[in-house]
Design a protein around this ligand. Sequence first.
Ligand code: ACO
Length: 315
Amino acid sequence: MKIIGTGSAMPSMSVTNDMLSQFLDTSDDWITTRTGIKQRRIITNETLKDLAVTASQKALDNAGIAATDLDFILCSNVINNYVTPALSCIIQGGIDATCPCIDLNGACSGFIYALDIASAYLETGRAENVLIVCAEQPTRLVNWSERNTCVLFGDGAAAVVVSKGDNLKSLLLTTQCKVDALYYQRKMEFNPYVRQSDGDMPLVMNGKDVFKLAVSSSISDIKTVLAKAELDENDISYFLLHQANMRILDSIKDYFKQTEEKFPHNIEKYGNTSSASIPILLDEMNGNNQLHKGDYLLLSAFGAGFTSGACIIQW
Ligand code: ACO
């Protein structure tokens, strides 16, 4: 597998920490010190579909292929207006593609899970070109009166086109059932036999547990994918980590004794955009010509489940 195109699209509305402190008992100082986040984008006038379609079209343009050249579309998403059909079906119409589509929910690790599925399709010859779109709107998951969760998130979308190649050097997925650390229950409709009310509560997060799980799983995954690829941390040009919290990124960077330049971040601008965070960062770096042919990129993500995944891709 190789990545042949990237694209991203962000909501126009930018919300600073100071704006949040107008209705929440919080401060720019607290949020910056504890998370590294200075602002986040929030979907207001546009829709998640608009962002996903724009990101996908940019990725196709960057790859130099048409939507009709796609053999499969995978959309990583946690929440959108539709429970069914899948968001990928809606995106398919937006870009005028004709191939089969499916959504997956791997929470914040969704991009790595999607890369794994795409690579399996490419390896078995079932596809030549796969579009992966990560479209996320976590600002509609949280309770906006709970300061420990709502300040963390932002909305956004990013896409990559992957094609046949030899650039995926190793990939690892892990899942441990730890629902209590991070979950969101939606309201189910009643039926004639079930009348009790259940579910329907905003995101519940045990921040300290998530922090520890994130650091430990990412470090372990990074070690494993390095060993599988017969590389060490100094061979990696950039570590593209899920943008959840600057302190999580710093802990992992310090563990591997790497420089700040090798751990690029944009959490200060966008907050935690769930599975879209790594492809948004990848697209920014691609757009800025920061990535050079032959560079080893190590991607590592973690999220609700608890899911985690990492991979090494040669640019
Ligand atoms: N503003 C001001 N004070 C706050 C805020 C806020 N936004 N949020 C919490 N506090 C207060 C708490 O009430 C608490 O006050 P108290 O001491 O009077 O009780 C104090 O700050 C410390 O709270 P802690 O929860 O201990 O703060 P901590 O240092 O653990 O930071 C945080 C909290 C930022 C959530 C951290 O635990 C974290 O980042 N965890 C990881 C969570 C994460 O990344 N989630 C993203 C989703 S999942 C994913 O992407 C993998």
